[in-house]
Design a protein around this ligand. Structure first.
Ligand code: PLP
Length: 391
């Protein structure tokens, strides 16, 4: 009999320095909001990880650690079993975060003022790191059609001629939750390869494909993709261990790998910590059943929210995600300007969500809801929202 994990349990995260909870006052001006913003979950992480860390804590000596073979093999086996992706140990390196990994790639493979393509609405640090490093952001906005997003390949072909150096792909996409298909990724790979645009594929949400969808690693769709990309992954979203930091890069192409890994080596950025290695290894070795149950719970939360909107607040539509625990809400039928929309959620409903425009101006009229929480929390949030919209 499989162990049953309890995702209904409500855990008090206050005073743990959790950004999601303990930064409410600073960010929203109120500490009493229901936190449904920052992309981590309110669930206990798999106890198998916690137990392994407890044992290590009990040892009491925390000197320098080497990268264990078991760490590498846990990742290699996970990628093979979960994503049918055969990766060799030499293609792998620890990195201290996916966003940092993106910044390293921009730093190494572009010069100041070079152009980097992003596809908004998208996770804001794609733009932030690019601009922060004084590179130019070129937008290839996604097309919202029939209630879902798709990539604009015609526009990309035009932009690609502008001597762009990198495209940052969000695979699966945040927000919007698209699990890009093999065909879509193949077309993207073709355009980028032919125009010498290196693809940085952020696959941090890849393990969280919801029922009926299957993640495709960008590197696996064609030889053009495999030879022209850096893939960045992590167990952080998957197993709710973002605060531990245990991301990694996978690079098949020898030249790209040499440059990226040399960049890491020169700055000692490819070295992890005791708990980063340990948590990743135990997550990948022992976390699968927990993940299956977490995905089923999230899927049920998505359905709950969708049903609730349809029955009670039809002015707001849930864009059903194909992956992960974030729901992109189409609030345009409320006919509110963005500040009023934000105020409706915060001031009237007492809810902390990410505003759509946080992800680019293309997010106007949208809000992002995190459903990685007990359903009782969501129920309270939806009841608050219903009152706020109706009254
Ligand atoms: C698409 C995407 N990439 C990266 C991150 C953050 O990754 P890290 O904490 O490893 O930098 C997030 C977190 O929300 C994300 O949604």
């Amino acid at each position: 009999m499989n162990k049953i994990y309890d995702f209904d349990q409500v855990i008090d995260r206050r005073s743990t320095n959790s950004i999601k909870v303990d930064s409410l006052q600073d960010v929203f001006g109120r500490a009493d909001l229901i936190p449904l913003w920052v992309a981590d979950m309110d669930f206990l992480s798999p106890p198998e990880i916690t137990e392994a860390m407890k044992i290590r804590v009990e040892h009491g000596v925390f000197g320098y650690v080497k990268t264990d073979e078991a760490y590498y093999s846990s990742i290699i086996n996970w990628l093979k079993n979960k994503h049918e992706w055969a990766v060799d140990k030499k293609e792998l390196s620890f990195i201290p975060g996916v966003v940092k990994g993106i910044a390293f790639a921009i730093d190494e493979f572009t010069n100041t003022d070079d152009k980097v393509i992003i596809q908004p609405p998208v996770y804001p640090p794609f733009k932030g790191t690019t601009k922060g490093l004084n590179r130019a952001v070129i937008n290839n906005p996604l097309i919202f059609e029939n209630g879902q997003y798709r990539m604009d390949f015609d526009n990309l072909r035009e932009i690609a001629k502008l001597d762009c150096k990198i495209l940052i792909l969000c695979n699966p996409h945040n927000p919007g939750g698209r699990v890009w298909t093999k065909e879509e990724l193949k077309e993207l790979a073709e355009i980028c390869y032919d125009n010498e645009i290196l693809v940085i594929s952020d696959e941090i949400h890849s393990d969280l494909a919801l029922p009926g969808f299957k993640h495709t690693p960008f590197a696996t769709v064609s030889e053009k993709a495999a030879q022209n990309c850096i893939t960045l992954m992590a167990p952080s979203k998957t197993f709710n261990i973002a605060g531990i930091v245990s991301s990694f890069a996978v690079i098949e192409n020898v030249e790209i790998r040499k440059r990226y890994f040399n960049y890491l080596d020169a700055r000692q950025l490819g070295e992890g910590t005791i708990f980063g290695y340990l948590a990743a290894q135990y997550a990948y070795e022992y976390g699968e059943e927990w993940l299956n149950q977490a995905i089923a719970y999230i899927d049920n939360n998505v359905k709950f929210v969708d049903r609730y909107f349809k029955q009670n607040i039809p002015q707001i539509k849930a864009i059903i995600p194909e992956a992960s625990f974030l729901i992109w809400l189409d609030c345009r039928d409320l006919n509110l300007a963005q500040p009023e929309l934000e105020s409706l959620f915060v001031e009237k409903a007492g809810l902390a969500l990410n505003s759509g425009t946080f992800f680019g101006k293309e997010g106007k009229g949208f809000m992002r809801l995190n459903v990685g929480c007990p359903q009782s929390t969501l129920k309270k949030a939806m009841d608050n929202l219903k009152k706020a919209v109706v009254l």
